[in-house]
Design a protein around this ligand. Structure first.
Ligand SMILES: O=C(O)c1ccccc1NCC(=O)[C@H](O)[C@H](O)COP(=O)(O)O
Length: 219
């Protein structure tokens, strides 16, 4: 697979998910720690997956407005390469988390309109990466992983001074177009590579990664 586009497969729950993600050439795998999510896993389960993950597959922990006690326990138990903050954490909280754990932090920002890009800007000096995701509907149970896209034209031609990842409603069928419109070099997917909520599909993971790599080659 071309290293031109880095893929993150989020919401892994089983050794087979990790194996499929690595075999497909993804660069990152994500573990969700959010009780309401169908993808939520325990620290023990994540630790077992992370310890057995192939070298080179970056392990990302996704949390939502987690406090220090939660993050202390997570980081003590699970070997991680990055923390993904997917709630309403402020720039000051991102700074605190980076300093406390010494891990790179990716801040997720929900985008629905141009005003959200102003919010995004406020994280550029504090986060190591930005996850540019679809803003969840007000009624959504989950702040992410809803399989919804935003209007990619909102960020067409935008460039930021830190690495960023496109997310939200990506699928094997639309990821190439999403990359073409936005110029993303990294993409993140969860529900688009599932057969049911929380159940990853190895064939969809492979097809998604191939489609992303193909889009990178054509850029
Ligand atoms: O995936 C979840 O269940 C989840 C729960 C709580 C916060 C965030 C969550 N997922 C965030 C992700 O990183 C997803 O990959 C991203 O939002 C894209 O999701 P999807 O639209 O399903 O591909």
């Amino acid at each position: 697979m071309s290293p031109d586009i880095a893929v993150k497969i989020c919401g892994l729950a089983t050794p087979a998910d990790v194996a499929a993600t690595a075999a497909a050439g993804a660069v990152y795998c994500g573990f969700v720690f959010f009780a309401k999510s169908p993808r939520n896993i325990s620290f023990d389960a994540a630790a077992a997956l992370a310890v057995d993950a192939p070298v080179g597959l970056a392990k990302v922990a996704l949390t939502v407005n987690a406090d220090d006690a939660f993050l202390d326990a997570l980081v003590a138990k699970v070997p991680l390469d990055m923390l993904q903050l997917h709630g309403s954490e402020s720039p000051a909280r991102v700074t605190e988390v980076k300093a406390r754990y010494g891990l790179p932090v990716m801040k997720a920002v929900g985008v629905a309109d141009a005003a959200d890009l102003v919010v995004l800007d406020s994280y550029l000096t504090v986060a190591d990466q930005i996850l540019v995701d679809a803003k969840p509907p007000r009624t959504a149970e989950l702040p992410g992983g809803n399989g919804l896209s935003f209007d990619w034209r909102l960020i067409a031609g935008r460039r930021w001074p830190v690495p960023w990842m496109l997310a939200g409603g990506l699928t094997p069928d639309n990821v190439a177009e999403a990359i073409r419109v936005t110029g993303a070099r990294q993409v993140d997917v969860s529900s688009g590579v599932e057969s049911a909520p929380g159940i990853k599909d190895a064939h969809k993971i492979a097809t998604f990664c191939r489609a992303a790599a193909g889009a990178g080659v054509r850029r």
